[in-house]
Structure formats: C-alpha cells, structure tokens
Design a binder for this molecule. Sequence first.
Ligand code: PEP
Ligand code: MG
Length: 883
Amino acid sequence: LRYVYRFGGGVSDGGNGDKNLLGGKGANLDGMAGIGLPVPPGFTISTAMCTRYYDEGGKFPESLKAEVADGIAHIEGITGKMFGDEGDPLLVSVRSGARISMPGMMDTVLNLGLNDKTVEGLAATSGDARFAWDSYRRFIQMYADVVLELDHGSFEEALEIAKEDKGVHLDTELTADDLRALVAAYKKLVDQQWGKPFPQDVHDQLWGAVGAVFGSWQSDRAKVYRRLNDIPGSWGTAVNVQAMVFGNMGETSATGVAFTRDPSTGERAYYGEFLINAQGEDVVAGIRTPQYLTLAARERAGAKAASMQEAMPEVYDELARVFDLLETHYRDMQDIEFTVQQGKLWMLQTRSGKRTAKAALKIAVDMANEGLITRKEAIGRVDPAALDQLLHPTLDPKAPRDVIAKGLPASPGAASGKAVFDADTAEKRKAAGEDVILVRVETSPEDIHGMHAAKGILTARGGMTSHAAVVARGMGRPCVSGVGALAIDAKAKLFRVAGREVKEGDLLTIDGATGEVMMGEVATVQPELAGDFGVLMEWADEVRRLKVRTNAETPLDCRTARQFGAEGIGLCRTEHMFFDASRITAVRQMILAEDVTGRKAALEKLLPEQRSDFAEIFEIMAGLPVTIRLLDPPLHEFLPHEESEFAEVATATGIDIDKLKRRAAELHEFNPMLGHRGCRLGVTYPEIYEMQARAIFEAAVAVATKLGEAPIPEVMIPLVATRRELELMKAVVDAAAKAVFEETGTTLEYLVGTMIELPRAALKAGEIAEVGEFFSFGTNDLTQTALGVSRDDAARFLGVYVEQGIYAKDPFVSLDIEGVGELIEIAAERGRKTRPDIKLGICGEHGGDPASIAFCEKTGLDYVSASPYRVPIARLAAAQAAL
Ligand code: PEP
Ligand code: MG
C-alpha cells in the first residue's frame, strides 16, 4: 500500500484524482497536472495515512519516510533546487485537503525549508534580501502558530513594535535589515515559549508540519464545521506538499483567487480578485482590499485600482484560457487559486466553487443548455435544501430604507436582526429566540458558530472571497462584507458610521443582494419563482416518480403550496380548524356536553363551518387528491388551563364555572400523546367523526356541482392500531357518504384509509389493508412510538444523542431509516400483499427531508407530503432519488 502520490512536471500518480484518497485539493492538483496545466510540482500524502496516523496514536509508520523522500526528490528533480540546500534552497508549502473543502478550517504552512543558512541562499539567488527575510519571518510566524501552537498575538506584537520603532505603517516599508532583526526577535519568542530553539533541520520542519496538518483534523473548529456540514470524522485529511511559488517577488508577481462564473448570481463571467506583490493568504484573509480580475467588474464597481486584465494582460489571457480548460475538464464552475511569479502563471488549486442557491440553479441550467452537462446532471447539481434560500422573501423594493452604509453584496438574501459584535453573544441571543446580525471587522474560522446562529453577517473588511463571504454563501446566510465606512469597536459593542452610532441590540437590516446596510427592520416581498427555478423544476418533474403533496389546512397555505407545485394535499389536520376564535366556543360545548344529544347539538353548529373550510380547500386543489384527517388530538387541548380563562369560557358557553373545571379535571391525562386521542375519540364519540365526514362529502358535492370537476376526498383515520378500529370508523364515514349522496343525488369517488403511526399498525398492516384503501405514514408519531422518545421532550437530550453517534441525525428531522424505516418497509410489503394497488404516502415532517425522500423512493411509496415551503425541495429531492 502506498501513501504518497506525486504530481507535476508530466507526472500524475493519482491518475486524475480519487478525492476520497487524495482529498479534494490533492486530487485536483493531480488532475490539473494531468491535463498539462502549470502546477508547481509536489506530492500528496493520502487520507488513508491520516486514518492510520490516528489509529496508531499519532505516529507515522517507518515506511512513510522513504515515500516522502521520494516525493521530495521528485520536486527537486523538476525545480532543480535541493531541500535544505544552502546555495539555492527548495521551499515547500504544506497544506491540508479533505474530501470536501472545509474553507479555512485546517492548517497551512508556507515557505517551509528556510533556516538561518538557507535564507541567505534565497537572498542570493533571488537577488532580493528583503524578500528572503520577509519569507523567513512569515515562515517562523506561521510555524510557531500552527505547528508549535505558540501565542500568535506575541508575534503580531513583535511585528507592530518593529514598525513603530521604524515609524512606518505597512509591513512592506520594513527593510531587509529590519526583517532580519524581526526574525531574531521571533526566534527569541520561540525559545522562550517553546523552551527549544526554532528547528533548523528542514526535515524536522517538514515532519512537524505534516503532523500538525493531520492533527488539525481533530481541532475544535474542524469538528464544529464537520458537525454543521455532516462530514464524518472518519474521512480524514490528506497533506499536500508542494514547491513554493511566490506572488510577492515585485510588481510582476501577484496572487489571486477566481471563480469561472459569478458565485453569487451564476452569471457567465470570470469573477475574482488579485493582489500584486502579495503572498497566498493575503487575499483570502481580507487584510488588504484586493483588485478586480476583469475590466468589466472594475468598471461596474467604479474602482480605481487597475484590474488584472489591464495590469497584466498577457497573464490574464492565459488565465482565461486555463479557466475554459478547467470548466471543460471538470464540467462545473471552478474556484481557483493562482500565483504569478515574475510574469509566469502557476495554478495552486481548483475545486468546484461554492455558490448561492440562485447561482447553483443558473449554472446548472446554463451548463445543460450549453451542452456541458446533461439535464439529469443539472438536476443533481442543486442541493434541494439550498432551495430554501430562494423561496424566502427579499426586501420590498418599495419599502422605505434608512441606508447607513454600503458594502459588497457577498451573499444574497435579506436579513433583519439585532446587532451583536461577537460569535458567543450571537449564539446566546439566538438561543433566547432573538434574531441577530453578527457584525465583525472580519470573520475567522473561530466565528463559525456565531455565523451559524446569526440571520445575517456584516463585516467591515474583506472582499467577495473573504472568509465571511465564502462561509456565508455556503451556509445560505445573507452577508454584506467590506463595509469600509464602519468604525467597529467590538469591545464597546458598537459601531459608528456616517455620524451615527449602532449599539448591541439595535435593529439592523442587511441586503446581501445590493450590499446595503439599513437601520431598523425593512418590509419584505415574496420571491420570483419563474426563470431558472421554473426550468429546473420542470426538468425535475420529468424524471421523478414520487408525487409531491403538501401538509396544509389554511387556504393561504394551500395556495402557496399549489404555486410551489404541490400535487394535492397529503395531510389536512382538521383540529387546526377547531382553534379558530369563531368556533372554539362550539368546540368547547361539544367537549363539555354530558351526553350524545348535547354533543350533537354543538356539532350541528360546527358542521357548516367545517363544510366551508373543506369547500375552500377543494376549490383550490380542484382535480387533485385531498387527504383530510379526522380529529386527532386529546380533547383537553381545547379546554382552558388558566384560572382567568375559565371565567371567560364559562360566560361564552353558558356553562357553570365549577362544572367546567370539573370536566377539565376529568379530561386531564398523564400521558396525552398516548391517551384519549386519534381514532379513540372516534370510537368513543362517533358523532364527531360523523359530523366531519358529512362536512367533507357535502363540501365535495357542492364543489363538484360548482366547478364541474369532482374533488377526490381521501378520508384518513389517525392513530389506528388494529383492523377493528379502522373497520368501525370506516363504517361511520361510509354511512355519512351514503346519506349525503342520497340527499343530493350526486355520487363521488372517495377513499377511506389510515395513518400508519403506531408500530402495531405497521406490523398488522396486512390485516389493516383489508379495510384501509390507503396508508399514510405518520412518521412523527411512528418515530415517537417506535423509539419511545417523546416528540415534545426530545430536545433536552437528543443533541447529546447525535453528538454521541447514537442517532446519526435528529430522528424527528431525518428518518431513522434503520429502525422506523424497517417498520415502513414491513407495512408497505404487508399492505401490498393484501391490497396490491394500495396507495402509500408519508406525511410526517420527514416528507420534506431529502434523505428521507430518497428512502421513500427506494421503498416505492406513491407520494411524499411536505409543508408548503418544502414542496420544491421535495420535488427536486424526489427527482434526484429517481436518477
Ligand atoms: C405524524 O404523526 O407523523 C403526523 C403527520 O401527524 P401529527 O404530526 O399531526 O401527529
Ligand atoms: Mg400523528
């Protein structure tokens, strides 16, 4: 088994890149080398080594030494420089690279190979002593931070002191001698803090850095990032060792990052930033404000500093050619890092670029239209969950705005919330239910949890490819970056801008599409659903097999869902209609009634109300199936709980207050979720279900007559455990249907079926299907009852359960496929055996979760039902599951 794979100079050991083995970065360096692009030579130590390193308690096997020596020899052979050579030393970078890019999450060391001797060699061969000493001091600083884990601040401080002593502001104003003195100061700091001198042996340096990169895989921030992005810890990272190239060798040198298409809008235009005479991390770190890549972008932004297209036209043309080659080769939008060393272009990295949902849609649709990918691939390119970003409101263009500053539109969407100035406060306030905007000078990987907690992110520094921008886009958080006018005082928890002061807790709005920052909260409007969204959805609809319905009971929800493409209603929870202020009195009279006659009298009042609810829904969903579930929750939920409410209710219902309290006490249950609810209500008080069924059929007949198109009612009985329960309830529904059809002289098709939400029902599905014409898996209750975990109390401990790997994800969000999934498979199989054409669907929360939808496809269900805003997500996920 080999662990080291070489690339560059005509070699590509990885054979065009296995990301699982070489990591994303390593695989693509290998890939670029393979198609003849200018990649500095290097080698990748595979992720398999990372796993072995941890398995063996943080040690490298002896055999790795020879492999790494081979890798170094490869680089030496191509560059003609020797590692550790005092005359013309080879310098290398050491970087991490997991399967999936984790921007800024893990460690990097640059300029490795410098020591007290080789720095002189570098000065001589480059003819630039200042450059050599600057590289050495950068190396010590990074190595001390990343590998030796010394106090980063004290090195920064030493640099500040050096500048102060000199009376200068910029690093670039320090001379070779100043930097030589700074190196001496740095080495002293290492001595003091580490207790040993800075390593002079270049091989010791290399092994230290390799160990640190593997070590960074288990750093706290990497762990947080993995948890937020569902990346397994077992993947490990690779290590890439590569010849250094320098963007800081004068005015013909530069470094930059670029996207082959605009990552924010998806527009087909090169997009990027670069800095002349700078080194790799300077652009991403957002310390200097970078220049634009293209003339068009510079002009659009009204920026003064020359674009790369103007400053380095020949290199720019070559870069543009490389972009096209990369897109053709990888067939996706690429995110690139490059360096120009004294007029020569070098490619340091390429990967599929992170993008907003809007850009993902546009790029997928455009690339399919360009013939670069197929329509099916286009469908697979968009993360269904990310569609969420597009379906939510943006700022109302007509609403008044009190704009206080403008920055870069770094990640689209609008967000309002209270200003907070650090990540921990963001997290705390979010936990307390507040919406917050995280305001930082610039963000770093340590801010990740705060960015996640915030509704939006606002930074004073940094470009479109800064940490804040990249991470915000990935998370789908609106972000405005580089608002230079903000004077942030994070300690005092405030910022000043244009003569105004904004303190922690003040309301702000940011518009990630325009870069505007506004005081207060600004009104929003609904999103545009045509264009690329419509096209991709159409393509998705062509390939998906699963139908997508919605869970809705209000006319507004029904209309929204239909607009989003719902093909019917999978769950209309009728109890929600009972809470309406105009009917709650009648509902309470029904519950409080002493006998059937009293109950029937109250139900008489509810009948016309329910009928008009159903009629409205049938009209909106004309021609589509509508599943209506009869009353489900325990009755006491409708009764007052507070002392003051009792008096009110007594007056409204005309019932004596003591009697009211007695009845409420009678209805009290110790475990209502498993109590007198679901079909148990219908079995004990059949008149309730009878009224509801009558309302359904009367409404259906009325709408059929009015529209000339009959609705398709599917009457659903909740919480069934046995065949007999369903049989009794079906008889009630059938009798109501028969009566209505006789009275009106109109007959309609309808179905009676049941929810499968108890384990017993899943197991006895064969018998239950003798009566039920359809099953709808109520996976909320099925999860609750199968796992024995209360849906209302789970939050207290489920977090720990997920952290401990007991469940991979919250089982109320993403189906427990192994356990609950098996019950569904059993029920589907047994149900079909009895009734081959039985209709099967899912209506728990899982119906809108992509992983659960994939399971539904595999199990051959007929439809999933999701809340209205999740309908498009479900359509796309269903299409992906069918690919
Ligand atoms: C379910 O249990 O999955 C379901 C859809 O019903 P409810 O959430 O109303 O209990
Ligand atoms: Mg339920």
